[in-house]
Design a protein around this ligand. Structure first.
Ligand code: SAH
Length: 478
């Protein structure tokens, strides 16, 4: 199976810098079932061509679990198209061969990363479920022009008709990173299959590789569904995240409570410091900040040596990118980098990645979810993720009348679905504590007014259950 990428960008050798592969060598990389070779058939003054050749081991495919379907009686296991066509094996090879370029880095010539270059890509054989119409639907919105050659099932028997295999030539002007991310996602989408079992991690890969284009792609639903192997719950989860990012431009300025008055920054800092202090006091070593926004709390946590593992999760990719910059994650010393991780995910779906932490924080997050989603979040956090301690803050609606700018009944932020009085928050918190076996304490954050209380209300939950959290409980009690 052969993928050929040609560019007429000059100087032609730039492509080899971007791909981090020397043009005079043949590079070999090992794949789970076979090898891939990268080589340059042509590097001339005006043209550079690089090939990615896959050499898939058909017997190896049968031996690994998750290989082609079939049983002892069916030959499909042994005789199939997998070694000869572009499929998810090709994506695996692309990501392994060109990971630096896919991550938008180029050590020797960093300025090249953002340069759009003319590319012509040829995929020798690609199975396309849905044929030409699907190819158009997938590639044309991204600016590609294409040439297709459809292959007959067997040229010796024209009456057998056309196969689902094409030789595909794509042309576009774009950056190498864009090109590779498109191919990485869309090749298995054309094929409509994958060589491995998929789980939530696959959503992360899809959203990360598609971050600059998938949310606005007109075929995003088809891409998501096929990429996630038609697992509806994963696809729904991914779509929710994609759409959320699209509509949450305002929310993406997370934490900025627009209607809150002048002192909003200081107030928010106070809130974050109060949460940090609770987490410190809880003796937590591993913490997850759920709905971490731009990473302001994460920054405070990073400064505390006590926290060995710090994870920030948010549904909004934009927020996470801001958080990554704000925390200067790329520039942190390795030991610090290893302490912290950001990930995209929705709190309304059970997610193994947030299970098993000593503590979780949800700072000004719950009020962004409507009733049905809040009910889902409650289960995700308290039933499944089940941290030993959970710190939640939310606005105290009673305090709103102290804001001149707010009219009666108006909320502090247009994306808030509700703002609770102290009684309402406590009613919710008490029910949660009861149902999931936690104890709960309520604390005001900020100066307390005798009549309306403090601006922010905080609930600190601690699990009563010692069995699941035994080790964590012991370390917690230290
Ligand atoms: N905790 C941060 C941000 C608060 S704003 C801070 O205090 O600065 C609310 C955040 O919740 C936003 O970043 C928003 O993207 C995130 N959010 C909203 N719904 C979510 C969901 N279903 N899953 C995960 N995060 C969500």
């Amino acid at each position: 199976m052969l993928l050929t990428i040609t560019s007429t960008h000059q100087p032609a050798a730039d492509l080899s810098y971007l791909l981090h592969k020397h043009p005079d060598k043949v590079h070999q990389i090992d794949l789970s079932t076979g090898s891939a070779y990268i080589f340059y058939p042509e590097v001339s003054a005006g043209k550079c061509t690089v090939c990615l050749l896959l050499d898939i081991d058909p017997i190896g495919l049968v031996r690994r679990s998750g290989g082609p379907r079939g049983n002892d009686f069916a030959l499909e296991q042994y005789v199939n198209d997998r070694p000869y066509v572009a499929s998810s094996f090709m994506s695996a090879a692309i990501v392994k061969a060109f990971s630096t370029a896919m991550n938008g880095r180029c050590k020797d010539k960093p300025e090249l990363v953002s340069v759009a270059m003319p590319f012509e890509v040829q995929i020798a054989a690609i199975p396309v479920s849905g044929g030409e119409a699907v190819l158009k639907e997938l590639f044309e919105p991204l600016g590609y022009t294409m040439e297709l050659q459809r292959h007959p099932v067997d040229p010796a028997f024209p009456e057998w008709g056309e196969s689902r295999y094409y030789t595909l030539t794509l042309k576009n002007i774009l950056t190498v990173q864009q090109l590779l991310s498109h191919l990485y996602i869309l090749i298995p989408v054309c094929d409509n299959d994958k060589h491995y079992w998929i789980g939530e991690h696959e959503i992360e890969k899809l959203l990360e590789k598609g971050k600059d284009w998938l949310a606005t792609h007109p075929a995003r639903a088809l891409i998501t569904m096929r990429y996630l192997k038609h697992q509806r719950s994963l696809a729904n989860q991914a779509m929710e995240i994609l759409l959320k990012d699209e509509i949450s431009g305002e929310e993406a300025e997370s934490g900025s409570e627009n209607a809150e008055p002048e002192e909003k920054k200081r107030v928010h800092d106070l809130r974050l410091e109060a949460v940090r202090d609770e987490l410190v006091q809880a003796n937590a070593k591993t913490v997850v900040d759920l709905g971490c926004g731009e990473g302001k709390l994460l920054k405070l946590l990073l400064a505390e040596k006590q926290f060995e593992t710090i994870v920030g999760m948010d549904v909004s990719y934009r927020c996470l990118e801001i958080a990554k910059d704000r925390l200067k994650l790329d520039k942190l010393p390795l030991a610090q980098q290893q302490r912290i991780r950001l990930m995209q995910g929705s709190l309304t779906y059970r997610d193994a990645r947030i299970e098993g932490f000593d503590a979780a924080a949800l700072v000004e997050v719950i009020e962004h979810l409507d009733e049905a989603r809040l009910a889902a979040l409650e289960k995700v956090v308290f039933r499944y993720a089940k941290p030993v301690d959970v710190v939640i803050t939310t606005p105290n609606a009673e305090y709103n009348k102290k804001f001149d700018k707010l009219q009666a009944g108006q909320m502090r932020h247009s994306d808030h679905r509700f703002e609770w009085t102290r009684a309402e928050f406590q009613q919710w918190g008490n029910r949660i504590a009861e149902e999931y076996n936690y104890s709960v304490q309520y604390k005001p954050v900020g100066e307390e007014d005798a009549e309306v209380g403090a601006l922010t209300q905080m609930a600190v939950f601690t699990t009563k259950q010692m069995i699941i959290g035994k080790n964590r409980f012991l370390s917690n009690a230290k």
